[in-house]
Structure formats: structure tokens, C-alpha cells
Design a protein. Structure first.
Length: 111
């Protein structure tokens, strides 16, 4: 699902429409209002559109740029921390970093 181009510092994620559904589920309006300077996830996507094309079938982004944007506009230090917090709140679970870490776009909550 994830392919990284280390030479260029970009991450490419396939199956973006499915991943976007997950992000839209975890980033509730309440979460965004309490933890970011945005009213909702749409505002976050609009403001970060220069760094991430959220509407593409394959999402390509530079982790350093996205992390900087998150640090500047939220209470989180990076994208991974923001995704973990939203997922934990939404699904009332504790996310521990596994050996390979959490794929910030690919986490699937337990059924």
C-alpha cells in the first residue's frame, strides 16, 4: 500500500479513496476544533493542498512538509501523532507503535 522514494523524500500511497474514508471518519469536526486551528477536516485538507493532493487516486506527499504543517497548525508534533490521537479517540483504543510503526494512512480499526 505504501511505497517510499527515499531519494526524493516523498511517500506514495495507493488506494487513496479508501484511505480518505478512514481519515474522514477519524478526523471528526469535534476533534479538529479541539486540536487544530480548523473547524473540520475539509479545512485542513484545503490548507494543506499545496503539500498533498487529497483528491488523487494515489496520494503523494513529503513527510517532512506535512509534519511541519501539522506542527504549525495543530497541537501535535507530526502527522503520525495526529492520526494516532484521532484514531484512539474515535475507536477508544490504545495504539502502540509496532515494530514497523503505524502507516498513517493505512490503519484499520479492529472490528
Amino acid at each position: 500500500m505504501e511505497a517510499t522514494n527515499n531519494n526524493q523524500g516523498y511517500v506514495s500511497l495507493t488506494n487513496a479513496p479508501e484511505l480518505m474514508k478512514l481519515l474522514e471518519d477519524i478526523f471528526t469536526d469535534e476533534f479538529m476544533q479541539q486540536n487544530t486551528r480548523f473547524e473540520n477536516f475539509d479545512g485542513f485538507k484545503f490548507s494543506s493542498a499545496v503539500m498533498v493532493n487529497w483528491k488523487a487516486d494515489t496520494i503523494v506527499y513529503a513527510p517532512l512538509l506535512l509534519d511541519s504543517f501539522v506542527k504549525e497548525s495543530t497541537q501535535f508534533s507530526n502527522w503520525d501523532e495526529m492520526v494516532r490521537a484521532a484514531t484512539s479517540l474515535r475507536y477508544h483504543c490504545s495504539l502502540e507503535r509496532g515494530r514497523g510503526g503505524l502507516n498513517p494512512f493505512g490503519y484499520r480499526p479492529p472490528l
